[in-house]
Design a protein around this ligand. Structure first.
Ligand code: C5P
Length: 313
């Protein structure tokens, strides 16, 4: 019997259809109410049996990804090995297509794919729920990267409830030349709130996820979803990267059904009415020169899964 030495897994990017930010908790995280959707931009992660843990990165913005113990994929593999008494290591090769520091959960997707790949390589046979529990220790968005589809997230984003979504949405993502740090955007959100409401003001309340947004997702009505998109981190992202205002305006002028900062930004997500409209939007955004790049992707798509580069490409 041959022993498997190498496994590849693929994980998708995400967009937050809604991101309501509540109070800052004592542990440094904000209470959230969010609706995630997995979209078809992917990173592939290949784990290979090795004597020591390490990682290498290729593809889009590869030089901006931290290597070694600082990379979330190494932490993910180590954590899984420790929890399940695995006395083996892996070299992790990441092929990036999801923007780095773009608000699309690129690092979380890589960690999710690593957990799925190592689970298979080491023959652990863990359930999605078990992998999500390990993922939650690594980062708030990792459980959703494992689950995929469309889901409501609460807590710091790691408590998930799947949402039935009808139809396929056509998204266009405008990438920025410079990334934004997630902690910096949350901190800016706190600063702006304190400035507007004054010190000692009561913390914002978190309501239920927007009823209209969830109804739109269930009905498959893209225009209704476009009108319901909402992100409480928008002002903070625009404050740190003012040029994003122009990007939002161009999408609006080109008839996007809706636009929203993706997660903590700086990527902006535009909802198009169909494939052709998405193509027009992407061309307009690229031609305008305000976005570094514009890419189309549809959603929802599956969470992290095993992938055979030769068979599935
Ligand atoms: O969980 P993750 O490591 O991805 O979070 C990165 C940072 O983003 C946190 O350290 C925190 O500053 C901020 N964050 C937050 N509230 C959340 C999620 C993230 O303030 N719910």
């Amino acid at each position: 019997m041959s022993i498997v030495q190498q496994v590849t897994a693929r994980a998708a990017a995400k967009v937050n259809l809604e991101l309501a930010v509540g109070p800052l908790r004592p542990d440094g995280y904000h209470e959230l109410s969010t609706v995630f959707q997995a979209v078809g931009l992917y990173d592939d992660v290949t784990v290979t049996a090795a004597d020591e843990f390490s990682c290498v990165v290729e593809g889009r913005q590869a030089d901006e990804v931290p290597l070694g113990e600082d990379n979330l994929v190494v932490k993910a593999a180590r954590r899984l090995a420790t929890l399940h008494d695995v006395d083996r290591a892996v070299t992790i090769a990441i092929r990036k297509d999801i923007p780095v520091a773009g608000g699309m959960a690129g690092g979380s997707a890589d960690a999710a794919a690593t957990l799925v790949a190592c689970d298979a390589l080491w023959g652990l046979g863990l359930s999605k729920e078990e992998l999500c529990a390990v993922g939650a220790e690594l980062g708030s968005d990792v459980p959703f990267s494992i689950l995929g589809g469309t889901a409501v997230g609460t807590g710091r984003g790691e408590k998930l409830a799947p949402v039935l979504a009808r139809g396929t949405y056509h998204w266009v993502f405008a990438f920025s030349a410079e990334g934004l740090s997630t902690p910096a955007v949350f901190a800016e959100c706190d600063r702006l709130r304190a400035e507007h409401h004054g010190p000692g003001a009561s913390d914002p309340e978190l309501g239920q996820s927007d009823v209209d947004l969830l109804a739109a997702v269930r009905s498959g009505d893209a225009a209704r979803l476009g009108a319901a998109l909402r992100n409480d981190l928008t002002d903070a992202a625009l404050s740190l990267q003012p040029s994003l205002r122009e990007t939002l305006e161009i999408g609006h002028e080109c008839g996007a059904l809706g636009q929203v900062v993706s997660g903590s930004g700086p990527t902006i997500a535009f909802l198009a009415s169909d494939h052709e409209h998405a193509l027009d939007l992407a061309v307009a955004l690229t031609a305008s020169g305000v976005a570094a790049d514009a890419r189309r992707a549809h959603g929802p798509v599956a969470g992290a899964r095993l992938f055979s580069p030769a068979r599935d490409s």
